[in-house]
Structures are given as structure tokens and as C-alpha cells.
Write a protein that binds this ligand. Structure first.
Ligand code: SF4
Length: 376
């Protein structure tokens, strides 16, 4: 199969990185470091590199600003002098940056195959079908809420239908906002973030149902939907659902002092078994502010855990919950080779891999994001 002719979605499915010009293959790490630094310096103020916490170190070290997806999207909007925003992250993040950035700015994703398996679990046409089927059931008092980790088409739908975007940091406030405007919420694409957040707000599990987009009427009966406060889209993160209660129990046996902190994209039973849960920024903050010598087991992507252990909190013991690997393979596709190619091309006047959200989607995505920003 010739990868060069595959679309972005097809590359996501076959699990391949975007092919590079041959001269960018087989280059030593030292040479790549030198060439990236030189190109970054030559581009100066025209360039800002954003790095998500889950990026590999060889790429992350070049970031002018690091953070979670929302912090980075806001950073993109604030760097209005930069002509090029190179987003070392995944596709939905670059889309949000494009929506929030100024018209003269170009948002670039170093590897267009860097998608997100969770975002791919909710396609705009599936959401349109879900909405229509709910209407056919007579269920119209629904407010759609989408996690930041979704395609621009999903965010735009939420903006158009009176809904909103949320992040893992503000999910509870966002759900409160939505329940003030409708009897029930359709939350997508991550069922676990929705369930964990609502449960933490006191909503019982039996007031939540799961909508399976691959089944007629989501696989639900009318009485099930009518009895629900929260309709959860059947989506998940393939990295965070790797963590298990068994892993937590084993660690508590070998490290009795351990405090377990996990991301709310983990399953409900894992969040219940942990000592704390929170967004990537909250995890970093809590460990950074913990006592010297404390022991932590972290349930999130391995690059962040390793960085916490080595750089953020070297005088605490920071362990991963999953010793067999919890790598986000799509984040990993952004390689220093891709970054070098992108930057050197910019110096030559060539823009590769620009991510552009169509104007109609941009307008409604902006509405959904602005609503989120207005929620205290
Ligand atoms: S960690 Fe999960 S939600 Fe985040 S980009 Fe990877 S697959 Fe998507």
C-alpha cells in the first residue's frame, strides 16, 4: 500500500507515520538537535513551538510553551506575533489552535498522521444521526457537551446546538452549566471523563446511560434515555483505559506509602481505587507541591510520568501504574525528524501540514469554546 496517497484518517487507521523525504531519514539524534535549534533560531519571532505533555523528550525540549491541550490552544492565541504555530501534539489540538489563533497565523502539525483514537470514536455524521434519533424518540431537552479531545466538526455541532466544549480541568463546571440549560446532557466522546465527573458531583451511576453510535437508537430504549441525566458517548482513551484496579492493589502491596493519582479518562473503578484524580496540569501541580520523599504512582501517559520523575519532582519517587507501557502511539508519531523537516521547509518558504478548520466549522467551534471560557 502506498502511504503517500492515503488520507489523514486512513493513515490513523493503518497506524503509520507520515512519510518523510528520504534525506530526513537515518539522521543522527545530534545532527537533528543541531538542525532544529538552528532553524528555530533563524525563524525567531516568526515561530512558536507548542509541546503537549505527552510528547517524547527529543521533541518536547524544543517547545516554547508546554501544557495540556487547552493551555496550548490559549498559548497559540496569545502569541499573535508568530506567523507559524508548530503544534507538537495531535490533530484535534492543532484544529483548536487554528480556531483560536489570528487569521494571519498558520498552525502546523509536524506529522499529519498524529491523530487521537478517542477523537476518532466520534464522527460528526454519527453525532448527527444520534441527534436525529433522540429527536425521533421525543427527547429534545438535551445539551451536547464535548471534550476538547474531539474533532472540530463535533465541537462545531455543540456550538450550533447550544452546547459547549469542556476540558478535564473544567468538566464539572461545564456539566453544571449544561444542566442549568437542559434536562439531560449528551457527553462525548469520552464516557469515562463524563462518568467520573458526574459521579464526583453526586450523580448516581444509574442516572447515566451509554450511547453506542454503532447501534440503532444507540442501543437504548426510550425509558432508559428518559431516566438518564447523562447520556455518555461510547468512546474511550486507549492509553488511560490500560490502567486497572489490580495494578493499584499490587503497587499498594509493594509501596505501602504510595499515593495513587490518575487521569479522569481512566475507568470509574480505577478512579475510585485511586487517592486522587485530575487533569495533566492538576497531576503535575499536586506532585510538585507534595512533600519531598513522598511516593506517587501515576496513571497517565508514560512520557509525562517519566518527566515528572526526572525533572519536575526528582526528590519524590514517581512511578508509573503500568510498567508494561502506557504510551500514546499517535503522540509518538511526532518525531524530531518531522519537526526538522517542517522547520527547514519554513526557512525555504514552504509550509507543509497546515491544519485549517473550514470557516463554517470555525465559527461554531469558536462559539462552543467561548461559552466554555465564560463558565466560571
Ligand atoms: S492519550 Fe488518549 S486521549 Fe490523549 S491523544 Fe492519546 S489517545 Fe487521544
Amino acid at each position: 500500500m502506498e502511504l503517500a496517497v492515503l488520507s489523514k484518517d486512513e493513515r490513523h487507521r493503518v497506524g503509520e507515520s507520515q512519510p518523510l523525504p528520504e534525506c530526513y531519514l537515518g539522521v543522527s539524534a545530534d545532527e537533528l538537535d543541531g538542525r532544529i535549534s538552528a532553524a528555530q533560531a533563524a525563524l525567531g519571532e516568526r515561530l512558536v513551538i507548542l509541546g503537549h505533555h505527552y510528547q517524547r523528550d527529543e521533541v518536547f525540549k524544543f517547545a516554547d510553551c508546554s501544557g495540556d491541550s487547552f493551555k496550548l490552544a490559549k498559548a497559540a492565541a496569545e502569541r499573535s506575533t508568530a506567523e507559524f504555530i508548530v503544534f507538537c501534539g495531535v490533530h484535534f489540538m492543532a484544529e483548536s489552535a487554528d480556531v483560536l489563533s489570528a487569521p494571519h497565523q498558520k498552525v502546523i502539525l509536524p506529522d499529519l498522521a498524529a491523530g487521537c483514537s478517542m477523537a476518532d470514536m466520534a464522527a460528526p455524521d454519527e453525532l448527527e444521526t444520534c441527534w436525529r434519533e433522540l429527536e425521533e424518540l421525543g427527547v429534545t431537552d438535551v445539551v451536547p457537551v464535548t471534550y476538547m479531545n474531539s474533532a472540530a466538526g463535533i465541537k462545531a455541532f455543540c456550538g450550533r446546538e447550544g452546547g459547549v466544549v469542556c476540558t478535564s480541568s473544567n468538566a464539572a463546571a461545564t456539566l453544571r452549566w449544561a444542566w442549568a440549560r437542559g434536562e439531560r446532557i449528551l457527553f462525548l466522546p469520552d464516557q469515562h471523563l463524563g462518568r467520573n465527573t458526574a459521579y464526583g458531583m453526586g450523580v448516581p451511576l444509574d442516572a447515566m446511560v451509554v450511547w453506542d453510535p454503532h447501534q440503532p437508537m444507540g442501543g437504548l430504549r426510550l425509558d432508559e434515555v428518559m431516566g438518564a441525566k447523562l447520556i455518555l458517548w461510547k468512546g474511550h482513551c486507549s492509553v488511560h483505559t490500560r490502567f486497572s484496579v489490580t495494578q493499584i492493589e499490587q503497587l499498594r502491596r509493594t509501596e505501602p506509602e504510595v499515593r495513587v493519582i490518575v487521569h479522569p479518562e481512566c475507568t470509574w473503578d480505577v478512579v475510585q481505587a485511586a487517592d486522587a484524580s485530575g487533569s495533566t496540569e492538576a497531576i503535575i501541580r499536586q506532585i510538585r507541591e507534595s512533600a519531598v520523599g513522598s511516593v506517587w504512582a501515576v496513571g497517565t501517559e508514560i512520557h509525562l510520568v517519566n518527566r515528572l520523575a526526572a525533572q519536575v519532582a526528582p526528590d519524590r519517587l514517581v512511578l508509573t501504574l503500568d510498567g508494561l507501557g502506557c504510551l500514546c502511539s499517535t503522540m509518538f508519531r511526532v518525531s524530531p525528524n518531522h519537526l526538522c523537516w517542517i522547520l527547514e521547509s519554513l526557512l525555504d518558504g514552504e509550509v507543509h501540514n497546515q491544519v485549517v478548520v473550514p470557516d463554517d466549522q470555525k465559527r461554531w467551534t469558536r462559539v462552543a469554546l467561548d461559552r466554555m471560557l465564560s463558565i466560571q
